[in-house]
Design a protein around this ligand. Structure first.
Ligand SMILES: [Zn+2]
Length: 154
């Protein structure tokens, strides 16, 4: 499953990327026609708060009603077989690029307290952002684990 999130669902897009799902996030002000074209061309399920946009992309769309990332994630899991532990931290949460294993030069850019961790150390080839199992990744990881425990609401 691949997704396209409207600009209102940026936090949900980051959660999906952290779980390993290929997720396009709309830029602010990007035209609906453009989003519909990308969703169709790239076979993406359109996630949106906009009822009209959801209707136009139907059936490859989901109208998200819940407020806040957890409620949004619950809406999604109620409609689709989402696995929040799919492939954690294989994509950059900022730009959706698949991560590479970090090289020695990348590891050298990490803070000293990160370098002593057991890894894995990853790097985004697009933006250079580094990922290591420090507090931020752990928090996000706990978040995904918690979401995986939540049963879909009927
Ligand atoms: Zn990146």
């Amino acid at each position: 499953m691949r997704f396209l999130c409207d600009e209102m669902l940026a936090r949900l897009a980051r959660l999906l990327r952290a779980a390993g799902y290929d997720t396009y996030l709309a830029r602010g002000g990007q035209a609906d026609d453009d989003l519909l074209r990308i969703a169709r061309a790239e076979d993406r399920i359109l996630l949106t708060r906009d009822r009209r946009l959801a209707e136009r992309a139907w059936p490859a769309s989901l109208l998200v009603g819940g407020r806040g990332a957890t409620a949004e994630a619950q809406d999604l899991a109620a409609a689709l077989p989402i696995d929040w532990t799919h492939a954690p931290f294989t994509r950059c949460v900022m730009d959706n690029t698949l991560l590479d294993d970090a090289g020695l030069q990348d590891v050298a850019r990490m803070p000293p307290q990160a370098r002593v961790l057991p890894g894995p150390f990853r790097v985004c080839p697009a933006c250079g952002r580094l990922y290591w199992p420090g507090s931020h990744v752990r928090r996000m990881s706990n978040r995904l684990q918690a979401l995986a425990q939540i049963l879909p609401q009927p």
